[in-house]
Design a protein around this ligand. Structure first.
Ligand code: ZN
Length: 873
């Protein structure tokens, strides 16, 4: 069944209050639900419920017998008279059999594991009969009862409201949440868990107990998350004036989770991957991810919970906005330009391909058949770019005013994207409705820029054009408002004062012009010499820029642009041109030389931060470079990219690379300060460059680095370089790592992922052998992602081997995973996106697998939906 935005109707019955009483057990749990329902329309009560065993149903105290209600297709329908009623159901669930990790399920083993819930988007209907839609907001009272020895810790969202013992070794605990919430924010946790705690006082004076819970073996790895939580809470007070609103805040870590984490009211639940951190098992990147995800889920308390979504089409209202808030927080905590580089690189790597293929959809989709398949890079990352664009339009203070009004106007409500734009606009007396088109239109706009310098008139004329390629269901695209932040540089790399035709005074060296038509010219006056334009500074709009720069112009920006992002991006564009020359058989072309020599110069520039230098020394990845090939042949892309990198290594010089590496190694520490992290990042980059020109030298360096690495970052980098550079040299450290981290799930995931990335035809056999490792299981989403997900989505030469063997193998695995966990299967299956642009042999092999799977009738709705769309090509 297809659900359409255009068909939205408000709920016929709402819930004023819900009382839930759980009798928890691993094999069988019972849920007694009491719903106080209020009529809104002349229709029967319809409650969602999936996989529930209905034991009892009462309306206003009277038990209904079969025939007095209809139970079909996941809906319980009851006709009642009057405008209010109290409806009671008692149902039974089987948590240990729930391998889909949606609803109430068991994390870990039957004897040691714990029970928990995941409800977003539609998991609550797996727990009880309920109008499971986000525009039904109710107050919750939750009572948990369970065996005290087996489930010593009982948690649910809201404030604690009593606890005590029961006969037969059982106990109970009650929680009351004063804030009305939609069902997707409900959560409970029960089992043997340890905690760390901290007191926190909000800016408006509320004392809050913060608790982070995890299993005993990992509780000592939660301190960084606690620090991150405190920083997030302070930041939201300062940046947005938002305070926390309950007396307790719980965060729980689990190894069994489909997604990153979940913002359940007062009880956030995290994939352990985004909560645990310690130097021995976490890389620097992972520390930053923990900080960002802790912040993300906390920020949802306002952008998502206090103001929620009217329906799932509005998902980006909370996700795009919360990713933007999270990005701003991370930029404040760390280096802002590096954060911007990281975010845009992710957008290009994950969202652009999604938007260019059959899975393309608008940030606000207009229809879906399985909402779980819309937790995408488009809704999250492109959604965040849209918020950033609008925030840029309003300016810092205007955006804050708009956000204040949005929160004030819609607190306690389920809102829409229109409501959001209206509040931001109203607070500033402007009309933002033109931006709505960005939310409804799929595909990445192409922005072409053409500059012409009129020397006689001292004018620079910039012609901007936009065009969005057609996508499924959207043959004709409209023009969007595209803010282009820009500077003009003179030949010495100095930014010129900017005065647009018709204006009286010149701005400083940067300004934003907004392209609102398909085509528009902007004329700058008093431009003394032919400038080089730095466009889309800070990546001011999520578009592909098409501008015919000469290599020397990009090299100038790479050397002088004060905007750290654009400096890096000039290097990326220049590397793209260098790639084209390599591809076309010109390894000594102008772009190759300009790129390598500019970077060789910057290599010795002491004013450049080590991490930025590492980023500058990294050309677009194999996945992004696909765009530069008419037909993709991953082997060829990899060979060309390596050729370029070799040219770069030679331009810098092997001795200079090794000397710098040695100096960084000298300064090594396990500190988490920015300088130490930057050094590790550059060290890793240098090791890879050295490996391209002196493999045996690199193996020696990496071997030493592996043995005495003070932290996981250095250890994993060395291990990866060893395994990629010399398979034989990699074996012993791989075996050592496997043993050293036996029992450390997150470290083992890295071990699986590192090998899943080994390039070329040999990768498949390696991955298949790893499936036999006793630590491998298809039941754990992180493990599946580490091995199968990494192989299929981050190892182009391994997955796309020409004989199609990896496609057929993955097809088999998808069927097996789907039987356990449809959400995970659907996610892994997106690896087949883009099959149509592969070169012919691969294309046919991939298509055969996709078509065969798509024709099956026994797969989940999640996987079927992805396959059906991917099959369209
Ligand atoms: Zn989120």
């Amino acid at each position: 069944a297809v659900i359409r935005l255009a068909d939205y109707r408000p709920p016929a019955w709402t819930v004023e209050h819900v009382d839930l009483a759980f009798d928890l057990g691993i094999d069988r749990s019972e849920v007694l639900a009491t719903l106080d329902l209020v009529r809104q329309a002349d229709e029967p009560i319809r409650l969602n419920g999936e996989g529930l065993e209905l034991l009892e149903l009462h309306v206003d105290g009277r038990r209904l017998v079969e025939g007095e209600y209809i139970l079909a297709n996941g809906v319980l329908e009851v006709g009642v008279e009057g405008d209010r009623c109290t409806l009671v159901t008692r149902v039974a669930l089987r948590p240990a059999e729930n391998t889909a990790f949606e609803g109430l399920y068991l994390s870990g083993s039957r004897d040691k594991g714990f029970l928990l819930t995941q409800c977003e988007a539609e998991g609550f209907r797996h727990i009880t009969y309920y109008p499971d839609r986000p525009d039904v907001l109710a107050k919750y009272t939750v009572t948990l009862r369970a065996d005290k020895a087996r489930f010593p810790v009982l948690l649910a969202g809201g404030n604690p409201d009593g606890a005590g013992d029961l006969p037969d070794g059982r106990h109970w605990a009650r929680f009351v949440d004063p804030h009305p919430k939609p069902s997707y924010l409900f959560a409970l946790v029960a089992g043997r868990l340890e905690r760390i705690s901290q007191d926190y006082t909000t800016a408006d004076g509320r004392k809050v107990d913060l608790h982070i819970w995890a299993e005993a073996d990992v509780i000592d790895r939660c301190d960084y998350a606690m620090d991150s939580l405190v920083r997030s809470m302070r930041w939201d007070e300062q940046a947005y004036g938002r305070n926390y609103d309950l007396d307790v805040f719980h965060v729980v870590a689990t190894h069994d989770f489909n997604m990153g984490a979940m913002e359940n009211k007062g009880l956030n639940i995290f994939n352990a991957k985004y909560l645990l951190a310690d130097p021995d098992s976490s890389t620097d990147d992972e520390y930053r991810h923990v900080e960002a995800v802790v912040a993300h889920e906390y920020f949802h308390n306002w952008s998502g919970n206090r103001v929620t979504c009217r329906d799932w089409f509005q998902l980006s209202l909370k996700e795009g906005l919360t990713v933007f808030r999270e990005q701003s927080f991370s930029a404040d905590m760390n280096s802002a330009p590096l954060k911007r580089i990281e975010d845009v690189a992710l957008l290009r790597r994950a969202q652009f391909p999604e938007d260019a293929g059959p899975l393309s959809h608008p940030v606000r989709p207009s229809q879906y058949s399985e909402i779980n398949n819309f937790y995408t890079a488009t809704v999250y990352e492109k959604g965040a770019e849209l918020v950033r664009m609008i925030a840029g339009h309003l300016g810092h203070d205007g955006f804050r005013k708009g956000m204040d009004l949005y929160f004030e106007r819609h607190d306690g409500e389920a809102a829409t994207i229109e409501d959001y734009l209206k509040a931001l606009g109203d607070a500033n007396g402007v009309d933002l409705s033109a931006y709505l088109a960005w939310y409804g239109q799929a595909g990445t706009p192409r922005l072409s820029a053409e500059g012409r310098y009129e020397a006689d008139k001292h004018r620079y004329r910039l012609l901007l054009r936009q065009r969005t390629p057609a996508s499924a269901g959207q043959p004709n695209k409209q023009a969007l408002p595209v803010p282009v932040r820009l500077s003009l540089f003179d030949a010495n790399g100095r930014a010129m004062p900017l005065r647009l035709e018709g204006e009286s005074a010149a701005d400083a060296g940067e300004r934003t012009v907004v392209l609102t038509q398909a085509e528009q010219a902007f004329v700058f006056e008093d431009i003394a010499s032919a400038p080089v334009a730095s466009l889309l500074r800070g990546f001011s709009a999520p578009v592909v820029l098409e501008c015919e720069y000469a290599p020397a112009e990009l090299a100038l920006l790479l050397r002088h642009d004060a905007d750290g992002f654009n400096r890096w991006d000039a290097g990326q564009q220049l590397a793209g041109l260098a790639y084209d020359e390599y591809r076309d058989g010109k390894p000594e072309g102008a772009a190759v030389v300009a790129w390598a020599s500019a970077l060789a110069g910057l290599f010795h520039d002491a004013s450049i931060d080590d991490a930025l230098l590492a980023e500058l020394l990294t050309p677009p990845g194999e996945i992004e470079l696909v765009e530069r090939q008419a037909e993709r042949d991953p082997e060829r892309i990899r060979a060309i990219r390596r050729g370029m990198l070799r040219a770069l290594a030679k331009a810098i010089g092997i001795d200079a690379l090794k000397a710098r590496y040695a100096a960084l190694r000298e300064a090594a520490s396990d500190g988490l300060d920015a300088a130490s992290q930057s050094r590790r990042q550059l060290k890793r980059r240098l090791l890879d460059l050295i490996a391209l020109v002196d493999a045996s030298g690199a193996v020696a360096l990496a071997g030493a680095q592996y043995s005495d690495a003070p932290s996981m970052t250095d250890r994993l980098a060395a291990l990866t370089t060893l395994a990629v550079t010399d398979a034989a040299a990699g074996e012993q450290p791989l075996a050592h790592f496997r043993q050293r981290y036996d029992g450390n799930a997150l470290a083992l995931d890295k071990w699986f992922a590192a090998q899943a990335q080994l390039p070329g035809d040999a990768a498949l056999a390696r991955v298949q052998a790893l499936e036999d490792d006793p630590a491998f299981t298809l039941k754990n989403p992180n493990r599946v992602q580490a091995l199968l997900g990494t192989f299929a989505r981050a190892n182009p030469t391994g997955f796309h081997r020409a004989d199609g063997a990896a496609y057929r193998w993955l097809g088999d695995r998808l069927v097996a995973i789907d039987a356990l966990n449809p959400q995970v299967a659907a996610r892994v299956a997106t690896a087949f996106n883009g099959w149509k642009r592969l070169e012919a042999t691969r294309r046919e092999a991939a298509h055969a697998v996709v078509a065969e799977l798509a024709a099956r009738k026994d797969l989940s709705r999640d996987l079927t939906d992805i396959l059906a769309r991917v099959a369209l090509g």
